[in-house]
Design a protein around this ligand. Structure first.
Ligand SMILES: [Zn+2]
Length: 64
């Protein structure tokens, strides 16, 4: 499946080994965030809040 990263707009081909594959398959409107953007987003989440709920969730688990 071809997806475009929500942030950098690059195209990626993902399959079920990607953790976001099912989410996007179920909901074509769901945003795909590539691994490198994901990483930089998590770093940003250390400084700011109110980001993408998915990110916050993962982040909370990581830190609590
Ligand atoms: Zn990206």
């Amino acid at each position: 499946m071809k997806v475009a990263c929500y942030f950098c707009k690059k195209e990626f081909t993902i399959d079920f080994s990607d953790s976001q594959y099912l989410k996007i398959k179920k909901n074509p409107e769901a945003r795909y965030v590539c691994k490198s953007c994901n990483r930089s987003m998590q770093q940003e989440a250390q400084q700011t809040t109110g980001l993408h709920p998915d990110t916050i969730d993962k982040y909370d688990k990581f830190f609590r």
